[in-house]
Design a protein around this ligand. Structure first.
Ligand code: ADP
Length: 194
């Protein structure tokens, strides 16, 4: 299986690139943010709970997020592999994912981290907020909190995969196509060496 963690701060371009990668490598895209938003739209109990955290730019609690993610993986028993987008976002989530995947005799192939400077992130998020309908993209205070949460709780997840020699940084500024090619190069290199 090819299991990629697409990593990076809010606004780094994970969602855009994930869609292109799933097409090229025939993978299943699991975006925790998208799944939470679908639950909010469907007014499920999970959606109501998630909304109370997301509206402030805080993380949804680990246990809730982990259970949901595992259920989504289990819905796709025939998958060639997965792109994890927005997950894991904390070290406990990364540990849980490792344990869960090894119980299925598979593992994370690689973490690809999109690297984009702060000013560019804020610019992109405010731009997206104009038509995404996402309340968390409209307010500079919420955006600032999301970046703070990323720096305080999420950035360390890179160390978890670096310790397993699975971490690679990809420059996330340029055209969508240029960034996509950088990601593909990193994945193809990995496929050859596996
Ligand atoms: P972005 O990467 O632009 O912040 P996402 O769609 O990935 O957007 O996430 C939106 C929000 O959903 C996050 O701010 C957080 O509240 C919640 N969320 C998404 N993934 C996770 C996760 N793995 N753990 C906890 N909360 C999450």
């Amino acid at each position: 299986m090819l299991n990629i963690v697409l990593f990076g701060p809010p606004g780094a371009g994970k969602g855009t690139q994930a869609v292109k990668l799933v097409n090229k490598y025939n993978l299943v895209h699991l975006s925790t943010g998208d799944i939470f938003r679908a639950n909010i739209k469907g007014e499920t109990a999970l959606g109501k709970l998630a909304k109370s955290y997301m509206d402030k730019g805080n993380l949804v609690p680990d246990q809730v997020t982990i259970s949901m993610l595992e259920a989504e993986v289990d819905k796709n028993p025939k998958a060639n592999g997965f792109i994890f987008d927005g997950f894991p976002r904390t070290t406990p989530q990364a540990e849980a994912l490792d344990k869960f995947l090894s119980s299925k005799n598979t593992t994370i192939t690689k973490m690809l981290a999109l690297d984009v400077e702060n000013d560019e992130l804020i610019k992109r998020l405010l731009e997206r907020g104009k038509d995404s309908g996402r309340a968390d993209d409209l307010d500079t205070a919420i955006i600032a909190n999301r970046i703070k949460v990323y720096n305080e709780q999420t950035a360390v997840v890179a160390d978890f995969y670096a310790a397993q020699n699975k971490f690679e940084k990809i420059y996330g500024v340029g055209s969508v196509e240029e960034i996509f090619n950088r990601l593909c190069k990193a994945i193809d290199k990995q496929i050859v060496s596996n």
